[in-house]
Design a protein around this ligand. Structure first.
Ligand SMILES: Cc1cc2nc3c(=O)[nH]c(=O)nc-3n(C[C@H](O)[C@H](O)[C@H](O)COP(=O)(O)OP(=O)(O)OC[C@H]3O[C@@H](n4cnc5c(N)ncnc54)[C@H](O)[C@@H]3O)c2cc1C
Length: 386
């Protein structure tokens, strides 16, 4: 059964071509230099692909979640670092889609239509998994808010033009006092700090930044004061399956690289022993199963059904799978697999188990759903196939 519509097949084919021409040939170079892949934004301009999450009424491509997943998978196949740039920008847009009014959406999406990117600033030096430990504040002042604090590990943090930033409007209320704001990069007091030096995703821009008396007008508040935690959690629900799609692409690439290498290494004889072949089979089983679960999660979202539980499962399932498959790929390719070019997949896979909420935190979310009085599981077949 063909699960992709003709339109989706065309989108996948275009994304694959873009990745083959623009990402795969330069991924190793940017991984080695650790520089941000600025050139890619320019290359993406003609395809408008950076606007795929923006609804058509705001002049974006307006792809549904399943179609976005196809593109993300292809990006993950090419380079997870470059794919993360796109995914993190979409993450910030999702917050605006969830909580923004019409004017805010127009304003936030305008730079993206010009191939600029956004960032999502939740994590702080002392607040990662425990969002409630954040100390960034937004004090009401005159016609706006004065934001003070610091954010760290923010993807696109040094290269975005607009940000969604979370800050406490009421420090006494904990997470109930958290609010979300649109913050433009050129506001006075927005100070971009050091780049994080990472094991993987090296071409992705990840930075620390400070907000020192950054003034934003009231119209930059998303939703109402105190809505921040709800907005952050709903946004992350939409983003986790996107990371899962990147992970599927990365794992498929590992498998393809392995097969190619093994054909080269053992050209005139069958691969040595069944062990090797069975390992390849196991890798393909895991990749295919993970891909189907992402598709299922996206179908639930497109159908307007609850998908928070499936979002957490897809993130955990696919990123753990990518870690296993990429490690296996290094093993199967011997010393060739240990080159920085191919070892990159394993380095990149590792972070997927950490960002957008660690897989331990996802297991907390999933176990809560499992233990809830009314199970919310949706049968795999009931959300539509395409
Ligand atoms: C490359 C990269 C890009 C990132 N991009 C962004 C971004 O764009 N925006 C953003 O806001 N953040 C971003 N982050 C931050 C990321 O989301 C956090 O690092 C992540 O949520 C984990 O927080 P932490 O690093 O503070 O770990 P901690 O919260 O300190 O956790 C440390 C360990 O303890 C475990 N742990 C913590 N609490 C519990 C618990 N209650 N139960 C069980 N185990 C627990 C964790 O699973 C982990 O293994 C990024 C991180 C990286 C590495």
């Amino acid at each position: 059964m063909d699960l992709e519509s003709p339109e989706q097949q065309a989108v996948r084919a275009a994304a694959r071509k873009f990745v083959a021409n623009n990402i795969i040939p330069r991924a190793d170079e940017f991984d080695k230099s650790g520089e941000f892949h600025e050139y890619l934004l320019e290359a993406a301009k003609a395809s408008k692909i950076f606007t795929m999450a923006i609804p058509t009424e705001y002049s974006g491509l307006g792809y549904d979640a399943r179609t976005q997943a196809l593109v993300l998978e292809e990006w993950g196949y090419g380079c997870a670092g470059m794919g993360t740039t796109l995914a993190a920008s979409i993450l910030s847009m999702e917050a605006v889609l969830i909580a923004g009014n019409d004017e805010q959406k127009r304003r936030y999406f305008a730079p993206m239509l010009n191939t600029e990117i956004g960032a999502f600033g939740l994590t702080e030096p002392d607040a990662g998994s425990d969002v409630g430990a954040g100390t960034t504040t937004a004090a009401r002042e005159g016609d706006g808010y004065r934001i003070n604090g610091a954010k760290c590990w923010i993807t696109n943090g040094g290269v975005a033009s607009v940000y969604v930033i979370f800050a406490l409007t009421d420090v006494l209320k904990g997470t109930k006092g958290l609010s979300a704001f649109i913050v433009e990069r050129d506001r006075s007091g927005f100070i971009i700090g050091d780049k994080e030096h990472k094991l993987g995703l090296r071409s992705s821009n990840t930075v620390y930044f400070e907000l020192k008396d950054v003034h934003v007008p009231v119209v930059n508040l998303l939703g109402h004061e105190g809505d921040g935690m709800k907005i952050a959690m709903k946004t992350l629900d939409t983003a986790r399956p996107a990371i899962a799609a990147l992970a599927v692409g990365l794992a498929q690439r590992c498998l393809d690289e392995c097969v190619e290498h093994l054909h080269r290494r053992f050209p005139h004889k069958p691969f040595p022993g069944q062990t090797l072949q069975f390992k390849l089979a196991d890798m393909q089983i895991q990749v295919d199963a993970a891909r189907q679960f992402v598709r299922h999660t996206m179908a639930l979202r497109d159908a307007g059904m609850p998908f928070a539980r499936e979002s957490a499962i897809s993130k955990t399932l696919c990123t753990d799978m990518a870690m296993t498959v990429s490690t296996q790929a290094v093993r199967l390719m011997g010393s060739y697999g240990y080159t920085s070019e191919l070892g990159k997949f394993m380095r990149d896979a590792k972070v997927m188990q950490i960002y957008e909420g660690t897989n331990q935190i996802q297991r907390l979310v999933i176990s809560r759903a499992v233990l809830a009085p009314t199970p919310k599981a949706v049968p795999l077949s009931s959300a539509g196939a395409s």
